[in-house]
Design a binder for this molecule. Structure first.
Ligand code: C2O
Ligand code: CU
Ligand code: CU
Length: 478
């Protein structure tokens, strides 16, 4: 067999960086067992009545000890901070009633869902304080990890930052038969990552930085700072959700060892993909599978992005060089049973047929899309057919990252021009994609087929400060 130079040099780089890390240990690490046990958000399966699966969520204010020794005023759903995980099933009629017990208006959006516009929960569906709102629709899309969060006009970042976010696990007949870890909180673990800035009295620092909005310096996993997860199985499936308002996380393991990505935003990859890191911008999800060694602790970390996501290092610091330990993954005992190989095929995937599909172009520039700021009263375009479309999205800035999210849709990234960063993740079905400076991505987009000439869907940068400043547009499906 020929000598593989690439693997050799990769190995060399890994060794050097591991030595470098050990030498200056820039991370906020702690010993296994000295952190707080990872909090697992309660699982809600709803009440099945008259062929409808029903849920109730209440947005409310509370407080929680997020960092040691101080109490932070927070917001949450059905609790103090974050919300329960909703388990939904494809093919079912679903109804979710949301009560607003906050003292200001909010909305709740089901991120990743194909759903009629009036139930999408965007800025056109306000829930006033003391009021309730019901979303009711039939689910028609494959298994995936999604999430719910507020979407009020110009205030999405703040509402998310205060703690209004929860995970959605959508299952289907196929996903539950794959032999993947699926025992919630045991081997199938929600990992909701947010970041915050704290004032000395423990309150959230809610001052918007003119470049970075509410980007935080302290990451939390399911609301826990320095979390320990003590595994009882050798194989764990982590459902990663980047719920931060502005920060990209470059998820990796402290040992540099590879792991498998099995799903992105909107469902399974065709086959498990072996990677050493996965870069995720705000709003993105990925499901990863890690095989732990009994008696050994490894850490889920966020690593610096080698090429800084194509952003000049002498400009604004968007945090691409930061590194964090997010949680300890403590291996199980020797007695825990060995695991079979991962399935080779997860789904029978396909490429969207985009022959003759309409094309649109979007240019992201500072806070604008195609030279315009968001206007609630302006419909940017109307989609009057039931096929896919091709969207070319350009980040026209030279020193700012952006990402791009589309409601009521999922897409495949079919081309990248002027790819300015090797770290960008383009594989799998997505509803959100990170775009480095001066880079164009071409998306093949498949829409949910619900018609409504009045109420629009949104597309926007999911770096929430950008979104709130106006980096959003509206389309209808008619
Ligand atoms: Cu996660 Cu328009 O939203
Ligand atoms: Cu969304
Ligand atoms: Cu942006």
């Amino acid at each position: 067999m020929a000598f593989d130079r690439r693997t050799f040099f990769k190995g060399l780089i890994l060794t050097t960086s591991a030595a470098f890390l050990a030498a200056c240990s820039p991370r906020n690490s702690w010993e296994a067992g000295e952190g707080k046990p990872l909090f697992i958000p309660p699982l809600m399966e709803g009440e099945f009545e008259d062929s409808v699966r029903r849920f109730e969520l209440t947005a409310q204010a509370g407080s929680k000890e997020l960092i040691d020794g101080s109490t932070t005023p927070t917001w949450g759903f059905n609790g103090d901070f974050l919300g329960p995980t909703l388990r939904l099933y494809n093919g079912e009629d679903t109804a979710i009633t949301v009560h607003n017990e906050l003292d200001e208006m909010t909305t709740i959006h089901w991120h990743g869902m194909k759903i009629p516009a009036r139930f999408d929960g965007g800025p056109h569906s306000p829930i006033e304080p003391g009021q309730s709102w019901e979303a009711r629709w039939g689910i028609n899309q494959p298994a995936s990890t999604m999430w719910y969060h507020p979407h009020p006009h110009m205030k999405t970042a703040l509402h998310c930052y205060r703690g209004l976010a929860g995970m959605i696990i959508l299952d289907d007949v196929h996903s539950v038969a794959l032999g993947l870890p699926q025992q919630y909180g045991v081997d199938d673990i929600p990992v909701v990552v947010t970041d915050h800035k704290f004032n000395s009295d423990g309150t959230f620092n809610e001052e918007n930085d003119p470049d970075l909005g509410l980007m935080g310096d302290t990451p939390l996993v399911n609301g826990i700072h320095q979390a320990d997860f003590a595994a009882t199985t050798r194989r764990v499936r982590l459902r990663l959700l980047n719920g931060a308002t502005m920060r990209f996380f470059n998820f990796a393991l402290s040992t540099g060892q590879p792991f498998h990505v099995i799903a992105t935003d909107n469902g399974f990859l065709q086959s498990p993909l072996e990677v050493e890191s996965v870069l995720m911008g705000p709003g993105e999800r990925a499901e990863i599978v890690i095989d732990l060694v009994p008696g050994e602790t490894i850490q889920l970390v966020s690593d610096p992005v080698e090429d800084n996501f194509g952003i000049p290092t002498d400009g604004t610091d968007f945090g691409f060089q930061d590194s964090f330990v997010l949680m300890n993954l403590i291996g199980p005992t020797e007695e825990s049973p060995a695991v079979p190989p991962l399935p080779e095929e997860l789904i029978d995937d396909y490429e969207l047929d985009i022959e003759g599909a309409p094309e649109r172009e979007f240019e992201l520039d500072t806070f604008e899309i195609n030279g315009q700021l968001m206007d609630m009263d302006r419909i940017d375009f109307r989609i009057t057919h039931d096929g896919p479309e091709v969207w070319k999205v350009t980040n026209a800035n030279v020193d700012w990252p952006h990402n791009f999210h589309i409601h009521n849709a999922r897409f495949q990234v079919i081309n990248v021009e002027n790819q300015n960063s090797d770290a960008m993740a383009t594989y799998g079905w997505r509803d959100t994609v990170g775009i480095p400076p001066e880079t164009t991505v071409t998306l093949a987009v498949e829409f949910g087929q619900y018609r409504d000439p009045e109420i629009p869907y949104m597309y926007h940068c999911h770096m929430l400060y950008h979104e709130d400043e106006g980096m959003m547009g509206q389309f209808t499906m008619e």
